[in-house]
Structure formats: C-alpha cells, structure tokens
Design a protein around this ligand. Structure first.
Ligand SMILES: [Zn+2]
Length: 436
C-alpha cells in the first residue's frame, strides 16, 4: 500500500525535484550559493511532505474507514466477476474488489443493491424486487466465499469487530425504493435480508418520492403518502433513511417525518458546486440540527463546475442515444461502449475533479454544519472516481489531504466513520424504542 501511495503524489514531487535539480546544475558558479539554498529548501519540503504522508497513513490505518456507497453489486451479478480478484479499473471499469479495499486501507463499505427506475406497475415492481433480492444474494454469496477476508455486517459494532479480526466489513443497502413496489411488507423483507439503509428514490420519480433529476419535474411535491409510510416503517425497523437523489422537498419531508436522524449517502455541497444532487446550506444546517450526516461523493460533476464542452456533450449524447441501457448490454457491447467513451475522453478531454475539490466540499460542510455531520460515500461502480481517488485502492489520498489541511485524527475519524456510525446507532435505538 505504501509503495503504491508513494508512487502517486510523492514520486511526482520527486520527479519535479530531480528535473529542477538537473536544470539548476547548469547555472554559473556565482549563483551556486543561492542554488544550494534552494535545493536545501526543496529537500526540507520533500522531507516534510514525506513525514506528512507517513503521519496521514498511520491515521488512515488507525481509524475505521467506511465508504457509505458503492454500486458494486451491479458487477457482482455479472457472470464470472470475482470480488477476490484484483481488477484494472482502466481496462474493466471496475472500481471496487476486496484486494483493492485492502490496498486502499478501506475497512468497511455499504454495497448498494441498485435497481434502475423502470415501469411502475405490478410487473415492473415485481421485476425490480427480484433484481434487488438477486443483488443482495450476490453480496452475501461474495462475503461467504471470501469469509477469510470479509464479513457481512448488520450493526455498527460489527465493523469494529471485523476490523479487529483483520477483515473488511460489508454492509448492505438498497438504492432506489422502486423494489419496494407498493407493498409495505417489502421493507421488512429487505431489513431481514440485511439492508440497513434505503435510498428512497433514484434519477426518476417513483411511487415513494420525487427525484432531484426527473426531467418531468416533481410528481408528489416531496414524499408521497406511501413514501411517508415507508419512512415510518424504516424508523420502526432500524433502516437508515437516505435522501440522496431525492428532490429538495423529499429532504424536507423526510427530515420532518423521520423519528431518527437521516443520511445523504452520496451527495455534496451546492454552495460549492451548483448541482441539484447537492445540498444547499439551509439543508446542511437542518441536517446538523437533525443529527444526520452528508456523505461526500466522488463524482466530478458534483464536485466542481463543469467547464463548457459542447463537442464532448454532443458526442456523449449521440453515444447514449445510439446504445441500449447498460443493464441490457452483453459483455462485448459493454466493452465497445467503454472503448467509445475512452475515445471521446481522448478527443474532448474533461479534466476530472481532484482530491482538492473533495476536501473543499468537506471544509464547506464543516463550516456550515459542523464536523459531526460529514462523511464519505464514494459512489464507486456508480459513476464515482476522480483524479487521485479513482478507485478503492486510492482512498487514502482523502486522508492525506485532510491531514495537509490541518484536520486532527479525532476529526478524521468522525469523517471516515464516526459520524455515520453515530446516526446508525441512533436509528437502531429509535427502532428499539418504537418496538418496545
Ligand atoms: Zn446514486
């Protein structure tokens, strides 16, 4: 892990240092004193940079690191995909497997069984439920097959216990309430299957709630009556209510109705990057009052303002309209799709967001909501992955930047897991109270 890390930021600095040194040696003898001062200064900077990285890595190793959102179950149901194998993200597009969690020092993860929104009738609902259950089964099977390195976690304490045994913790979530259909009993079915948060809605409206990004606009003006019922049932059972992807009204409705604090499993700050999927300062403040948590996500378009790039957008739009949905593609078609995207990226590059943007958002949320209300939810395998945090093997770069900006170990521990675990415990306590 260390050698990999040093390959990224440190080796780059070393390279710059060496290039500069070789240039400097050509100057005349009269400036040699100035040059040696400069070289010495740079060496000191190198030294302190190396110390900073070493300190950050120690912190990264000591705290429980938890990523609250990965769509990896989409991969797990692909025939032949093996979580125990290390995949090359550039060749395969895959962002998470167990070897890379180990490399990145990522201790715990919520794998979301994600079902894309489709037709909302009995047939559609039952298909969605079947797919959701299939993905959960795939998560459990993958954990069982790799029980020497990972374990299924159901309670907050499970992650700490697994960490002590040297294992990664695998939590289960559902992204999109669509598989609940119109049957409230499905919420308990999912709880019994191990699900500990449900993202109420995805990119289009469903029977529970309005999406932040539905092209047709809101349908329920927030949560539907059934959506409210689902939130109460989640409270009763001990499932965290996730408002990521929901419209602003969904956030306000959920926070008003939920008896326990809520989460945004993968959302950023709108005051920093103006995107509907991000949260306004008013929402962040209310989240703090509620005791909830916003989990920062690694999507470039939610992390920095998009530079104008019409040629790129036209090319991508054409590719999308020419292809069928990813879920219906064969492996060969997916490969062709990735190749086409790679070509577009080469022709019309879109500079990725960086770890700096991520920590800018963290700084802002800390300023507005406080250190107790921010966490990390990368959205790997769901579009997440930026320069420097491209996959699970690189998540330590977040810790390095936090240390660089002066965050303490206690604060970093809260960001990496403490805050989400606090909400998780409160959600559990609320369920116990409601069931008593
Ligand atoms: Zn998502």
């Amino acid at each position: 892990m260390i050698s990999k890390l040093f390959r990224t930021p440190f080796s780059f600095l070393l390279l710059v240092f060496l290039i500069n040194c070789s240039q400097e040696t050509e100057v005349t003898a009269t400036t040699s004193d100035a040059v040696s001062v400069e070289v010495a200064e740079r060496a000191m900077f190198e030294g302190s940079e190396r110390e900073l990285i070493a300190r950050a890595l120690e912190i990264h190793d000591r705290v429980l690191t938890l990523d609250s959102h990965a769509d990896t179950p989409l991969r797990m149901i692909e025939p032949g995909f093996d979580m125990a194998e290390r995949h090359d993200p550039n060749e395969t597009g895959s962002k998470v497997d167990y070897p890379r969690m180990v490399e990145g020092g990522l201790d715990a993860i919520f794998f979301a069984a994600f079902v894309a929104q489709d037709i909302r009738d009995d047939k559609g609902n039952s298909r969605a439920k079947t797919l959701g259950v299939q993905m959960i089964d795939a998560i459990v099977a993958s954990a069982e097959e790799n029980s020497d390195i990972v374990g299924i976690a159901l309670d907050p304490e499970d992650a700490y216990n697994l960490e002590e045994q040297g294992k990664r913790a695998v939590y289960i979530a559902v992204e999109n309430g669509y598989p609940i259909g119109d049957d409230i009993a499905n919420v308990e079915m999912f709880y019994n299957a191990g699900v500990r948060y449900i993202t109420l809605v995805h990119s289009s409206n469903n029977d529970l709630a309005d999406s932040a990004t539905d092209p047709n606009g809101p349908e329920h003006q927030g949560l539907s009556t059934f959506g409210e019922e689902v939130v109460r049932e989640m409270n009763r059972l001990g499932i965290m209510v996730d408002v990521s992807h929901g419209s602003d009204d969904v956030f306000y409705d959920a926070i008003a109705i939920s008896e326990a604090p809520i989460i945004a499993s993968h959302s950023n700050a709108r005051a920093v990057t103006d995107h509907q999927r991000n949260m306004t300062d008013d929402m962040l403040k209310l989240m703090a009052e509620n005791g909830g948590v916003v989990q920062l996500t690694m999507l470039s378009s939610y992390l920095r303002d998009m530079p104008e790039n019409t040629e790129r957008e036209t090319a991508l739009a054409k590719l999308r309209s020419d292809s069928k949905p990813a879920s219906e593609m064969t492996e060969a078609e997916r490969l062709t799709m990735r190749e086409a995207i790679r070509e577009i990226n080469q022709q019309y590059p879109d500079p990725s967001a960086t770890v700096n943007h991520v920590v800018d958002h963290i700084d802002h949320i800390v300023e507005v909501a406080g250190i107790d209300h921010v966490g990390i939810g990368c959205d790997f395998d769901g579009g997440g992955g930026i320069d420097g945090i491209f996959d699970a093997s690189e998540v330590m770069n977040i810790t390095i930047e936090l240390v660089r900006r002066g965050y303490t170990e206690t604060e970093i521990q809260k960001i990496w897991s403490g805050n989400l675990m606090r909400v998780f415990r409160e959600v559990k306590a609320t369920a116990e109270r409601l069931q008593a």
